[in-house]
Design a protein around this ligand. Structure first.
Ligand code: MN
Length: 285
């Protein structure tokens, strides 16, 4: 089978969010259908506390899921359900905003390096108003597959290991997300990943450089691949990259700030519910 080719290359853009947190937005905001079922990918990373110390004070979400993957540092999550989660090096937090969550994400360090990613995964229309839920996956519970050149962490989905397939902790039946962190400590790495036909495939290089589908991809760049064939990744030297794939929902996407719904009316309802203090009380009936 032929390999998937690069259809588009994006450069992560500096922006700020929350209370003045400086971050790199890899994609998100507009024309989201080609990334379906994914809505946004942010990379946050700084040695300088002034870039992150403000954190993300109390704010709402509705209609999708957030996946936070910490590489370095210590962030604390608190939400209206009373959950308190401590995210440290290598930990993952999977939050289903569903019908409504109000939470904060605040740094628990006053100096040193803070680095990680937040990915937004959409929910199908029928799942958007499910009750909010939240799960911490400690680093020690994330499967690590050794490779001669480094390793792969399986945050979600299935990857072929030497003893058979290895599955990440979170499975979503509608979108079947694959989320891998591929670390190459030394070259020459080459691997081919089978991904279902028509799935959206995104590869983000966050250290070094790699060759994806025959195209050179430098640090801080993401490629979106064509929809048929295997995903071929190679690196001659040290490199770190995220491989993210999932089945498109093919439903209308209306995104407004922290809410992602299918219609404008549903967005207006979310704004009204938040204003009235009922965002976290309304559920599907
Ligand atoms: Mn949030």
């Amino acid at each position: 089978m032929s390999a998937r080719r690069v259809e588009e290359m994006l450069v992560a853009r500096p922006t700020s969010d929350g209370d003045g947190v400086r971050l790199m937005r890899v994609f998100g905001g507009q024309d989201l259908s080609r990334f379906d079922p994914f809505l946004m990918l942010d990379e946050f990373g700084s040695q300088s506390a002034s870039d992150y110390i403000g954190g993300f004070p109390s704010h709402p979400h509705r209609g999708f899921e957030t996946v936070t993957y910490m590489l370095d540092g210590h962030m604390q999550h608190r939400d209206h359900m009373g959950n308190v989660g401590e995210l440290r090096n290598g930990d993952v937090q999977w939050m289903t905003a569903g019908s409504g969550v109000i939470h904060s994400e605040m740094p628990q360090q006053k100096e040193g390096r803070m680095r990680g990613f937040q990915l937004w995964l959409n929910l199908a229309a029928k799942d958007k108003m499910q009750p909010a839920s939240y799960r911490d996956v400690p680093a020690a519970d994330i499967p690590v597959l050794p490779r001669p050149t480094g390793h792969i962490k399986a945050i979600a989905g299935e990857v072929q290991g030497s003893l058979g397939p290895v599955r990440g902790h979170i499975a979503r039946p509608m979108t079947e997300p694959l989320y891998l962190d591929i670390v190459v400590d030394k070259g020459a790495y080459t691997e081919s990943f089978a991904v279902p036909e028509d799935d959206t495939v995104l590869v983000y290089v966050y250290e070094g450089s790699a060759v994806v589908g025959g195209t050179r991809v430098e640090k801080s760049r993401m490629v979106r691949l064509s929809r048929q064939g295997a995903v071929e990744i190679a690196a001659e030297g040290p490199a770190k990259l995220l491989l993210i794939a999932g089945r498109p929902l093919r439903e209308p996407i209306v995104h407004y700030g922290p809410f992602v719904m299918n219609t404008r009316e549903e967005i207006e309802q979310a704004l009204t519910d938040y204003r009235n203090g009922t965002l976290t009380r309304r559920q599907a009936h």
